[in-house]
Ligand binder design. Structure first.
Ligand code: BG6
Length: 296
């Protein structure tokens, strides 16, 4: 652990040079370098708060227990902030484990925990339920795996949504497309939350995009740059994926989004369980996550 207080972070490096940096605040992965440490794969705003003062604009924020603005009223998450409290709570570092096989197959796993006792009084009041989250971040030579384990530690059942809000770093949004969603139903948040079915095998980004793809049959979504696959995003026990790019005006409107034209160098492909709710009875556990492969 380096740094202190809310700005503390955990870093790990493989013998072959690949590395990750994870802030305890939000358990937010803020850097993932592959290709021997030469290629940064995650976009991080130049004005992202990395001191624990607010949710990080970039990297991989963890969204729990509600995605987006919570239901207006009548749901246990209704008084929570947008995207819940996990991304703005300080997590505990639970430890590091390494496997050192051959140089090419070594990996390092960092575990983080967040429990009812670790969230703010406001969050506890808004969502008075007993839970335990363990988030495991595993770095291998060409991939990063991030997996959540949600446990109901209380007597009462609860419902939640979960999402990994990954900001991928790309060279040029006008040459980027997203593959693997053909035929999938989605909610278009830019077009008044209307429902559509994806008719493109490669989705080009030519303006603001904010779509929730639901119940996706195929496991892998691929980010393609200049006709070459750049990232494979493989879902595990998560059936939905959000594709988001704020484009010019929305990017300018976000105080922590910098530079203004940074929208050209990022795309969010966010795996999650956000269509309806996951329910856990007393003692039950949910596990889900992603493996991202950097294909450079
Ligand atoms: C995406 C949502 O997941 O997150 C968008 O679909 C939202 O609607 C975006 O604008 C960023 O959210 P925030 O709270 O980090 O500004």
């Amino acid at each position: 652990i380096t740094g202190s207080g809310a700005g503390s972070k955990v870093t790990a490096t493989l013998p072959s040079g690949e590395s990750i940096e994870v802030l305890l605040y939000g358990a937010t992965v803020i850097s993932w370098k592959s290709n021997g440490g030469k290629t940064e794969n995650l976009w991080l705003s130049e004005k992202a708060a990395v001191d624990g003062s607010k949710a990080v604009r970039g990297g991989i924020p963890v969204v729990f227990p509600v995605f987006g603005p919570p239901p207006k009223s009548g749901h246990p998450t209704s008084s929570l902030p947008q995207h819940g409290f996990a991304r703005s709570s300080r997590w505990e570092f639970l430890g590091k484990s390494t496997s050192e096989d051959a140089l090419d197959s070594s990996s390092v796993k960092l575990d983080f925990g967040l429990y009812t006792s670790g969230i703010s009084e406001d969050a506890k009041k808004a969502w008075p339920l007993d839970f335990g989250l363990v988030y495991s971040v595993t770095l291998s030579k060409d991939s990063l795996q991030t997996v959540i384990n949600v446990r109901n530690e209380g007597e009462q059942s609860f419902e939640f949504q979960f999402l990994l809000h990954t900001y991928f770093k790309i060279k040029d949004i006008t040459k980027t497309s997203v593959k693997g969603l053909l035929g999938v139903e989605y909610i278009d948040k830019v077009l008044n939350a209307s429902s559509h079915q994806e008719s493109n095998s490669a989705i080009a980004i030519t303006g603001e995009v904010d779509r929730v793809y639901k119940s996706i049959p195929q496991d892998t979504t691929t980010i393609v740059e200049a006709d070459s696959p750049r990232f494979d995003v493989v879902r595990d026990n998560l059936s939905d994926t959000v594709v988001w790019n704020p484009w010019i005006e929305k990017a300018k409107g976000m105080g922590d989004f910098s530079p203004d034209d940074g929208y050209k160098n990022m795309i969010c492909v966010e795996v999650g369980a956000v269509n309806g709710w996951q329910k856990l009875e007393k003692g039950e556990v949910f596990e889900g996550g992603q493996t991202i492969k950097s294909l450079l």
